[in-house]
Ligand binder design. Structure first.
Ligand code: NAP
Length: 305
């Protein structure tokens, strides 16, 4: 069996590429490692996706998108892609279990969560260190938690956590939050959230669960202890490109594409958060996915001429 297109990754960009590929009647396969939805699954409320001004939970949007592709009888397998091969017109997608042949590949494998990599962090994952507020916030009802980071994720999740925790302290390494203004305004209105600027976590301490952390002031270089029951880490994402050859990625490990989602390898496209770009949002991911599918279709048709 030779596919027209194999989409790697079932986040918003991969699902959007799937919808457009199916509508173009391409023979396609979607390969997803875990569950369709990607980072959306860990987001409480999405309120900047057009048409959902009142907000929709990330989980619900993911379920809707997954239903949309399943209703079109998509061929979907749950497996991890470990390599691709692209030395001739027919390309190969190699998963842990099988190898698939295809005319084109759309890489929509998204990003992985970045860790702080400080002593104690790994030891307490699942015992006080979390990367998902939606999953773990209820465990911290009326407790004190720290949120690490100053981007959209950290601030959005701090606001979510403030509905459960007694006190939320955001630890940010600079003196200004990176998050968009609407989120900064929201955090300023939450009485139980405070922000500690110019600070990083140096160490996570405790016996069976987290008891306190060492905070370093990067301006004064002073260390201080801060008692806490939990730490939520949102310090960014890293592209999930380890299974790709180095020539496909830039220094920061993102895939470089043109505006039609072409990588430098003919017939291989990339879309969503995994590619080098300015704005990483669900709306830009779905737009990328649509374009990638149409570019794949155009590529296949051009080979027939
Ligand atoms: P991000 O935008 O890369 O922000 C990461 C934050 O963590 C930054 O404030 C950064 O500090 C800080 N940081 C990085 N490494 C650190 C370290 N080692 N120690 C301490 N702090 C560190 O990541 P994100 O917030 O996860 O967002 C990822 C993408 O998803 C972004 O494009 C974002 O816009 C998007 N997103 C959008 C929404 C939304 O639209 N509502 C929600 C969530 C995410 P500096 O500021 O000093 O660099």
């Amino acid at each position: 069996m030779i596919y027209d297109v194999i989409v790697i990754g079932g986040g918003p960009s991969g699902l959007s590429a799937t919808i457009y590929a199916l509508r173009a009647r391409l023979k396609m396969l979607l390969v997803e490692k875990n569950a369709c939805g990607g980072q959306m699954l860990m987001t409480d409320t999405i309120e900047n996706y057009p048409g959902f001004g009142e907000g929709i939970s990330g989980f619900d949007l993911a379920v809707r998108l997954e239903k949309q592709i399943k209703d079109c009888n998509v061929e979907l397998i749950y497996d991890e892609v470990i390599a691709i091969e692209y030395n001739c017109f027919l390309k190969k997608v190699i998963t842990k279990n099988l190898t698939y042949e295809t005319k084109t590949i759309i890489i929509a494998a998204g990003t992985l969560i970045k860790k702080m990599n400080v002593p104690g962090e790994s030891k307490f994952i699942g015992k006080g260190v979390s990367f998902c507020a939606v999953c773990d916030a209820p465990f911290y009802r009326n407790k004190d938690v720290l949120v690490i980071g100053g981007g959209d994720s950290a601030i959005q999740e701090a606001v979510y956590l403030s509905k459960f925790a007694k006190k939320v302290t955001v630890i940010h390494r600079r003196n200004d939050l990176r998050a968009m203004k609407i989120l900064k305004e929201r955090v300023a209105l939450c009485k139980n959230i405070s922000v500690l600027y110019n600070s990083t976590v140096k160490e996570v301490l405790g016996k069976d669960s987290i008891e306190r952390v060492v905070i370093n002031n990067i301006k004064t270089h002073e260390n201080k202890y801060l008692n806490t029951n939990g730490i939520f880490v949102f310090i960014g994402l890293i592209p999930n490109t380890l299974f790709l050859p180095d020539v496909m990625v830039d220094k920061a490990k993102y895939i470089v594409t043109d505006e039609d989602m072409n990588t430098f390898i003919p017939g291989i496209f990339a879309c969503g958060d995994i590619r080098k770009k300015q704005l990483r949002q669900i709306v830009t991911a779905t737009s990328d996915g649509a374009q990638a599918a149409i570019s794949a279709q155009n590529y296949i048709e051009a080979q027939l001429i």
